[in-house]
Design a protein around this ligand. Sequence first.
Ligand SMILES: Cc1cc2nc3c(=O)[nH]c(=O)nc-3n(C[C@H](O)[C@H](O)[C@H](O)COP(=O)(O)O)c2cc1C
Length: 204
Amino acid sequence: MPLFRKGHSAGMLNRSHSRHPPGAVPVEPDDYRDFMSRFPTGVAVVTATDRSGRPWGCTCSSLCGVSLRPPVLSVCLTPWSRTLAAARESGRLGVHVMGVSGQAVAEVFAAAGDRKAEAARFLAAGASGWPRIGGAIAFAACTVAGTHRVGDHVVVFGMVMSVECHAGPPLLHGLRGYATWPTTPGKLGRHVNLDEPTSTLGNK
Ligand SMILES: Cc1cc2nc3c(=O)[nH]c(=O)nc-3n(C[C@H](O)[C@H](O)[C@H](O)COP(=O)(O)O)c2cc1C
């Protein structure tokens, strides 16, 4: 059975995203960016190999767990992303969840122009066709289960074929900057008591 049906409501969004109810004031892109910047996320670098065998990668905060059975995740990429093109060509997508030691790597994979060329030296083609980078605390090897254009981005659905998880604090991003997880690395496996005052969580 297909993972999702074509022509779902996202298609309607594509046709009507610029229409607003009479009297409604359209939300400006900068205001929408401000809104989303208040929602902190982890930082992922997604990678893929194009048909010539060249690996590509892109820093990405739009990682989302979609389904547990089967295990499916999604990322949203711009239609002109080289990483998206490579994922479509190879049918494979690698998803690295970055740790705090991976911030410099994430910055390079988010850069444009010449700086982007630097990214190539961090990429190593994985044995089974999923390009790998350093600085990650978790990795998911995915096959591309589908793509769906929504407005100015493309949602890519990845069927998770295998995962690796390592110790270490995740890198975070919010309010237009990077941040670190507010507990010490040794405490990450600790069950957090939600009744505990949050101000003490990082100090134990
Ligand atoms: C923290 C952070 C998160 C980002 N998340 C996304 C994202 O979810 N989707 C996206 O298309 N671009 C995202 N970007 C921008 C891309 O990393 C950047 O445009 C990159 O150069 C695209 O590379 P590519 O075109 O080679 O795929 C993000 C940048 C940063 C710094």
